[in-house]
Design a protein around this ligand. Sequence first.
Ligand code: CU
Length: 262
Amino acid sequence: MLWNRRAHANFFVMMCFLRRKIEQMRSSGDAAGQAKQLSVIVGLVAWFLIASATAWAGTIKGSVRYAGAPLERKKFPVTIDQYLCGKEKEAQDLVLASTNGISNAVVSLQNVPPGAKREWNFPPAKMDQKQCMFVPRVVLVPVGGNVEFLNSDRLLHNVRSGGKENPPFNRAQPHARTISITFKTPEFLRVDCDLHSWMRGWVIVAEHPFYAVTNGQGEFFLDNVPPGRYTLRIWQESLGTVTHPVTVDTGTTTVSVEMGKK
Ligand SMILES: [Cu+2]
């Protein structure tokens, strides 16, 4: 744990206050008053611990960019349910911003200390089927948590996954039915719809909260990271995995990662 200036100031203020309170308690013989004082002290210690935990954590702000050969975006012809799915679909397996930021890359910290504070702040684990696409394409779920699969389309889809660590499933999904699936083991699982061959999604079952999915600009944030040295792991469905060392201190650490087709 790092002892930074803010934590030091908090500690100093608290110690001065406690000393004064304890002196007051000693000089008064009132038992009810002493109990009240004691509760103030307990409250103060709790506040200090909370404040310190925040002060001792850092944030990683990063971006993942494409640095490979120029790409041509593939298109898939739609041969079924054109009235809803359209006539063709653009491939979503590698979507780049104008700045070459890569969407839907999964960033995670490796070698997280076992005692690290675990606050899950993932967005709700929901994957919809909208206009014959899985939306979002990549969803994070804490290990042991559920993903709710939805179908906003007025036609039949199915949700199939052949995970190795989690039990495989294959469920028909008529319009408006919600299917909730629990994922008990950390794994990256592919999700398909057999009725529409281009449909694909990914469920990322995370063993700790230090996971993020890049946004449309290829950016990500990892909060509440205990200071230390880590390896960042970046996975993208069509580019594979790269790693990147990162040293986290209190405050914000900025990283920039490049990926490219080999
Ligand atoms: Cu479908």
